[in-house]
Design a protein around this ligand. Structure first.
Ligand code: ADP
Length: 311
């Protein structure tokens, strides 16, 4: 949990990155406090990966500064990396080594003694639910197993802070749940996590705080529940019909504070859904879903409903 009087473990201060004329990260500032999970969310092209890469020292900011544990990145990259664990989006595991060997080789990059690494391997494989796969090579593992091996590998130096780039992208529901459980376990041990994600359910489950960015700028920051309360009406009634635009402009809209249309769905956002639900009772031709406002709604409100491809 974050407490403002603690020193942040990561401080990104007024960071700007330009590619040609475009500012892909624009005076971005945020902090990560000990033991908290901070999620960075934003549409494609928002600048998440660029920010992540600058934090890893892989790319240099044009302006501003990045500090981990009070040490500047990239000037003190080695000392910082000794205390940080990284799981990138693509599992860069060594295909020629088995799981245990992958951990051993990675531990050596940090200059750890073999005896120390070997003593950590069984616990880490168990943590990753991979004890039975110690001798298997990455090519023999499922996507979820590979991602958990990457996580185990990132823990070999017993880091205080973890940086995870889309930790569950491409995983099936079981594998995602197992990954979430493990990440919550790490937070329970007092580690801090900075993660990027496209999944609002993941952000809501794991993150103490969220940073919403778009066009390289911070557009919102706060605890998920508080952001939802701050920006949205509490109730949402989704209505699915054949003529969504007519529905959105029809008499039902009188019962909502805000109406949005996306594809064949009309979203009615309201302070009180009773009148709207009563009006919908006679409309047997429509399917409806009444639910509380969630992070997906927040994301769509703040960043727009248009899907941004590629970028
Ligand atoms: P996100 O991870 O949020 O999808 P990125 O950080 O990958 O966003 O990209 C932000 C913007 O920066 C995009 O418009 C992208 O095209 C641009 N960009 C990223 N890397 C480079 C690069 N090496 N050269 C030029 N433009 C880049």
């Amino acid at each position: 949990m974050s407490t403002s009087f603690q020193q942040p473990q990561l401080r990104v201060d007024q960071v700007t990155k330009r590619y040609g004329e475009q500012r892909v990260v624009d005076r971005l500032s945020f902090e990560l406090y000990p033991g908290e999970c901070l999620g960075v969310i934003g549409p494609n092209g928002a600048g998440k990966t660029t920010t992540f890469r600058m934090c890893l020292g892989l790319s240099q900011p044009d302006q501003g500064s990045i500090e981990f544990f009070g040490m500047p990145m990239p000037q003190q990259a080695l000392a910082i990396k000794a205390r940080v664990g990284v799981v990138s989006q693509f599992d860069a595991l060594d295909p020629d080594f088995n799981c245990a060997e992958n951990l051993l080789v990675y531990g050596r990059y940090f200059g750890l003694r073999d005896a120390l690494i070997r003593s950590r391997i069984p616990t880490l494989l168990e943590f990753a639910a991979l004890s039975h796969k110690a001798q298997a090579r990455p090519g023999e593992l499922s996507g979820g197993m590979k991602r958990r091996l990457s996580l185990a590998r990132a823990l070999i130096n017993d880091p205080q802070l973890l940086m995870l780039d889309e930790p569950t992208t491409g995983l099936d529901p079981q594998a995602r749940h197992l990954m979430w459980e493990r990440l919550l376990q790490l937070l329970g041990q007092g580690k801090s996590i900075l993660l990027t994600t496209h999944f609002m359910d993941e952000a809501e489950r794991l993150c103490d705080r969220l940073l919403v960015i778009d066009h390289g700028r911070k557009i919102a920051e706060g605890r998920p529940r508080e952001l939802i309360q701050q920006h949205l009406e509490p109730d949402v009634v989704e209505v699915y019909g054949s003529n969504p635009l007519a529905l959105a402009q029809g008499p039902l809209a009188a019962h909502a504070q805000r109406v949005e249309v996306s594809g064949e769905t009309v979203f009615f956002y309201t302070q009180n859904a009773h009148a709207l639900l009563a009006a919908l009772e006679s409309r047997l031709d429509l399917r409806t879903l009444h639910r509380p406002a969630n992070l997906e709604d927040l994301f769509l409100k703040l960043t727009g409903r248009q899907i941004r491809e590629g970028a």
